[in-house]
Design a protein. Structure first.
Length: 289
């Protein structure tokens, strides 16, 4: 199991310097893995990232959220094609970095929709994701669809919705990505969704209810980690946090990061690494009971 950190804890700039700095600080905080956000996979320097993670002995993953111009639930075929092309390139970036996981809001735009997804839009999404999953399989990449709250998609807000979506596609490398921040908003609890998703659960984000220091909000982490232990989850567990102290302007606006919940990413990251490993150790000790 790799314990990781989202690179936006360290920087909002992903030029060569930002890529290298994020990798170095991820390792310094004690993590095993770095997740790079591919805000534009066509310009992200995968070679620099591959070199940086190799230098620091890190595993690497990548994530993204589609925008309006690349929304694969659109009824405009030009927009859907643009979204699919972006996702295909992102898969290639993951492979070029040496990673095996690609995740995020890949099946729709990451935005607040003002109406439910249409039947045609949902079908467009499924067809695009099917082709992306097939391309990823050829590159040895697993694709995980992140379940997020109602203000960030109108497609997958719960684990059960994700399971229904996967049933229509049925690709062995396509799975579910759960995030405690979003679960705390949408799910009825933190245990059953993990059990429901377990056969397809490939990726986990750990985030607090206010996006800040773990253990200072309302997320029921004890129950969530107990559920991970019950199903024997052994995939990536990645800390994710946002503050106005570290700004990637487009993403900050999209996620509504208006408050400065922390100023020292290094301290925050070290705390998160210890918090996650402590929860996992406690759950593992239950086998002695």
């Amino acid at each position: 199991m790799n314990i990781g950190c989202h690179a936006l804890v360290w920087t909002g700039e992903f030029d060569a310097s930002g890529i290298r700095s994020a990798a170095a600080r991820t390792r310094a905080a004690g993590f095993d893995l770095i997740e790079y956000p591919l805000m534009d996979p066509f310009v992200f320097d995968a070679a620099v990232a591959a070199s940086a993670v190799a230098e620091h002995g890190l595993a690497v993953t990548a994530s993204l959220g589609l925008g309006e111009a690349t929304d694969v639930t659109s009824e405009d075929p030009v927009v859907v094609a643009a979204g699919e092309a972006l996702l295909l390139r992102a898969v290639d970036v993951v492979a070029e970095m040496g990673g095996v996981h690609f995740c995020g809001v890949l099946y729709s735009a990451m935005k607040k929709y003002m109406q439910p997804v249409t039947a045609r839009g949902l079908e467009n999404s499924r067809r695009a994701i099917s082709r992306v999953a097939d391309h990823a399989a050829d590159r040895g990449i697993r694709v995980s669809l992140e379940v997020v709250n109602r203000y960030e998609t109108n497609v997958l807000n719960t684990a059960r919705q994700a399971l229904a979506y996967l049933e229509e596609i049925d690709r062995p490398n396509l799975g579910i990505h759960l995030d405690t921040y979003h679960m705390n908003i949408e799910e009825s609890g933190m245990f059953a969704p993990v059990l429901d998703a377990a056969p397809h659960l490939q990726y986990v984000h750990i985030g607090e209810s206010h996006r800040g220091y773990l253990g200072t909000g309302s997320v029921d982490f004890d129950t969530f980690f107990a559920a991970l232990g019950r199903v024997g989850y052994d995939g990536p567990i990645v800390f994710e946090s946002f503050s106005s102290a570290v700004v990637a302007p487009d993403l900050s606006r999209m996620l509504g990061i208006w408050r400065n919940l922390w100023a020292d990413g290094d301290e925050l990251g070290a705390h998160a690494n210890a918090f996650i490993r402590g929860k996992l150790l406690a759950i593992d000790s239950l086998r002695l009971h």
